[in-house]
Design a protein around this ligand. Sequence first.
Ligand code: IPD
Ligand code: CA
Ligand code: CA
Length: 254
Amino acid sequence: MNKIFNIAEEIIEEASKYLLKSLHRKKISYKSGHFNLVTNIDKEVENLIVGKIKKSFPTHTIVAEESGIHKKESHHEWFIDPIDGTTNFAHNYPSFCISIAYMKDSELQIGLVKNPSSGELFSAIKRKGARLNGKKISVSSIKKLSESLLVTGFPQETKKSKLSNFERFKNLTLNTHGVRRAGSAALDLCNVAAGRLEGYWEEKLSPWDVAAGVLILKEAGGKITNYKNGKYDIYSKEILATNGLVHKELMSYL
Ligand code: IPD
Ligand code: CA
Ligand code: CA
């Protein structure tokens, strides 16, 4: 697994350098409606990553946000989000990242999340712990929700839908140290893994948003379920991810 990890790490570092040097020539367009943004750099970074993975692992399947499924052998799958937090990226708000995960026989094995603006690289290999720039990380030891800092996100269609996260956002803001909305699901999971936040919840995410962050948080000692304490996988439509200690209490608000 270390060999695959090293290749994935080289790829994400190269993609991160490419992204930083391309900042000045980004052009925004819309996937649908007026709020679902994408840029030329999302596509270029994805092409770079997909090309490198195909070169090293020609028989592996790749699932990438902008170009879809590159189907090959299904025992080996990669999940790529070239920029998670595109809206932040489009506005030069430095909370976005590149997310790469590798799965074997439907089990996450490797997760890498790189924030090019801060230089932080979060990573994990299954059963080998989670790391931030090479140093082991673990979730926080805060036990009470009232002493917790949380994060959430709002699905793209929030503006159109009647289903709203605003009520939960308000209730939890009033009963905790606060709730952040940072705009990158992958970084949200990594920040819980690093003990900076106690919990995260969100709905309607895609597998490329969460695959790497989920492994990183699990390897850091975190807990992930759906809103009803049921089994979670990267295709689940809701995610509740915490340090484990505030899980039950946070769930009671969802
Ligand atoms: C988005 C981010 C955001 C989440 C959205 C995602 P994108 O991914 O993860 O935090 O709230 O639902 O779509 O579009 O920036 O790759
Ligand atoms: Ca994303
Ligand atoms: Ca994206």
